[in-house]
Design a protein around this ligand. Structure first.
Ligand code: SF4
Length: 276
């Protein structure tokens, strides 16, 4: 007669509570990898240190992302370039600019990017600003993807970029966030998702990378290792470097004081000259 009580380790494991998963976004993981002190300021210290003023380049990025989301909120017959000024002005974020002349110049530039970019948009993506989530052995991952396309029966992760510098050959291949989005999208939609793309609107450049299951798995394992480091961390030492100049916590962080201080609009000044 079988015993009702577990009598070996396997049986005991069946009755153990499941391991507690660490909830995180790709951005949380990369913040720790960039600078553990910034991670502490952002996610642990409550109240956190005061942040610096808003950045114009973040406002620009948010404005363009919002306009593209609103494009897909429209019925398909209304998605024409003529609606872009309305979409962009309705989505425009003015924080961080030097003055109204700079706002106007960058708005005109962004409108020109969008006018070009919408000619290449798919009619109905699988998702726009879509939250994806998936579990790994130790993580509960989630994040929001700018766009998920479907091509030839596979999903494609698309991330919009509006920064001044163009894309390098490794930007899509090395992106932790894009690989984790692909991992989560494949599980959420139950369709293969291997290709990840960065779309740089200022230049029209697309940086694409086709992952293998193994390369996505490597990004997942590295993320799990980073989270294990986070959980073991106590000091959260600062890691001063080039990012300090753009860090929201630079004013509060003694280690960041030697970095050059930037104006909130420094990163978009190149966009204020007339388009060439
Ligand atoms: S200023 Fe530099 S060292 Fe300090 S938290 Fe920010 S990135 Fe880290």
């Amino acid at each position: 007669m079988p015993s009702a009580k577990p009598d070996n380790e396997d049986q005991l494991a069946l009755f153990s509570p499941p391991p507690r998963l660490f909830s995180c976004t790709p951005s949380r993981i990369t913040t720790f990898e960039d600078c553990p002190r910034k991670y502490r300021y952002t996610y642990l210290d409550r109240p956190g240190p005061p942040k610096g003023p808003p950045w114009a380049h973040n406002s620009l990025g948010a404005s363009v992302h919002n306009a593209l989301k609103r494009w897909y909120d429209l019925p398909e017959r209304e998605r024409r370039p003529e609606v872009l000024p309305r979409l962009l002005s309705g989505a425009w974020v003015t924080d961080g600019y030097r003055d109204s002349a700079q706002v106007r110049a960058v708005y005109e530039r962004a409108l020109a990017w969008l006018t070009e970019y919408v000619t290449s948009l798919p009619e109905e993506p699988v998702g726009v600003e879509r939250t994806v989530a998936a579990k790994t052995a130790s993580l509960a991952l989630s994040g929001r993807v700018d766009r998920i396309d479907e091509r030839d029966g596979e999903l494609v992760i698309v991330d919009y970029k509006t920064g001044r510098t163009g894309l390098g050959p490794d930007d899509a291949r090395g992106s932790r966030a894009l690989a984790l989005y692909a991992y989560a999208a494949e599980r959420l939609f139950r369709k293969p998702c291997r290709t990840v793309e960065l779309h740089h609107l200022p230049s029209g450049q697309v940086a694409a990378h086709r992952h293998t299951p193994e390369s996505i798995e490597r990004h997942v394992r590295r993320s799990e290792e980073t989270v294990a480091d986070i959980q073991a961390e106590t000091a959260f030492e600062p890691r001063p470097g080039a990012l300090c100049s753009w860090c929201d916590f630079r004013a509060a962080c003694p280690a960041g004081q030697s970095a050059a201080q930037r104006e909130p609009w420094s990163a978009i000044e190149g966009y204020c000259a007339p388009a060439g």
